[in-house]
Design a protein around this ligand. Structure first.
Ligand code: PBG
Length: 324
């Protein structure tokens, strides 16, 4: 046997290629901030910006033109408080962006996904309500559920096609499903960040979204990176509670988790190539240590090969240009 026979030309290689990526498989995250004409570079993420709503419209139009499948919206509110009020205000920053994007041609062509979490909106930067407990502090699960549900309903009202809870509170999918149904959004799907690990690779995002915890860390609600079986339990529970799709993150350091999930469940699966994965590659590109185009596409193919149907990535526009 000569395995190399089928590698002799690009035509042969293309014929037997097992995994494909299309622009429509990619979801582009946007960080929406107050103001007009704002396009503020995120230092640790070359090519990523905080954009005001009018600039987000331009980003959306470009992404749609390139065939990108969807947008994932994060918000940097005008003000933060203990409860994360900005997450569910009728005139919240993501709600404003949804209002502007939804009527556009681009807003119809792409899936508009709203990230549901409190950390960008709370003064303490945690993903839920913080209470004192046994001389320390705790992120209080059940009071948080109500706030998350309120945020999801408010985003659906503003025009979100999909809501994507990323907070990792227990029972949030059920709480959000019930609230959406009660508010008349029975047909709005939930993309659950079902297995989200407490990861150092979220570092640059916390600069982009201004959401670093002011004390402590997220290890009491996000998962321990060593645990695969626990990830499967999280996924099972979220699907039981009503998740329509699941998102796994980070992606590259956790491809085994994506593969295991693919073999276990039938729901669509997304992988999130998080900020640190992006920044790490960008840093190597800047130094000339990796070939940008090939390294970027190889990283994305690895996620599809592991079993992800779609990929959330800050490379979405760049990759779509090459794949389109
Ligand atoms: C909010 C949230 C985070 C990310 C997505 N949603 C940050 C965190 O949990 O600290 C990370 C995304 C990235 O790093 O690109 N909870």
């Amino acid at each position: 046997m000569r395995m190399r026979r089928l590698r002799r030309s690009e035509a042969l290689r293309a014929l037997v290629r097992e995994t494909a990526i299309e622009p429509g498989d990619l979801i582009y995250p946007l960080f929406i901030c107050p103001g007009e004409g704002v396009r503020r570079a995120v230092g640790s993420m070359p090519g990523v910006f905080n954009v005001s709503v009018d600039e987000a419209v331009r980003e959306a139009e470009e992404a749609a033109r390139l065939g990108v499948g969807g947008l994932l919206l994060f918000g940097l509110p005008e003000a933060k408080d203990e409860q994360g009020t900005g997450a569910w205000e009728e005139n919240g920053i993501v709600q404003q962006a949804l209002g502007a994007l939804k009527p556009l041609e681009a807003g119809k062509k792409m899936v508009l996904i709203a990230d549901v979490c409190l950390c960008e909106y709370t003064s303490h930067g945690h993903c839920g309500v913080v209470v004192e407990s046994q001389g320390g502090f705790e992120v209080d699960n059940d009071p948080t559920l109500e706030l998350l549900a309120r945020a999801a309903v408010s985003q659906a009202t503003a025009g979100a096609d999909v809501v994507a809870p990323s907070d990792m509170m227990d029972g949030r999918i059920g709480a959000i499903r019930r609230a959406l149904d009660a508010a008349g959004f029975g047909m709005t799907p939930i993309l659950s960040y079902a297995s989200k690990f407490a990861s150092a690779f979220y570092g640059p995002f916390r600069e982009a979204a201004d959401s670093a915890p002011q004390f402590g860390d997220r290890r009491s609600y996000q998962m321990d990176g060593a645990n695969l079986r626990e990830a499967m339990r999280e996924i099972d529970l979220d699907i039981e509670e009503g998740a329509d799709m699941i998102l796994m993150k980070p992606a590259m350091p956790y491809l085994d988790v994506v593969r295991a999930a693919r073999e276990r469940v039938g729901v669509p699966i997304g992988a999130y190539q998080v900020s640190g994965e992006y920044s790490m590659l960008q840093a190597a590109f800047e130094k000339g240590w990796l070939e940008p185009t090939r390294a970027m596409l190889e990283s994305l193919v690895s996620m599809r090969r592991a079993g992800a149907d779609f990929i959330v990535t800050y490379f979405a526009k760049e990759a779509a240009k090459l794949l389109g």
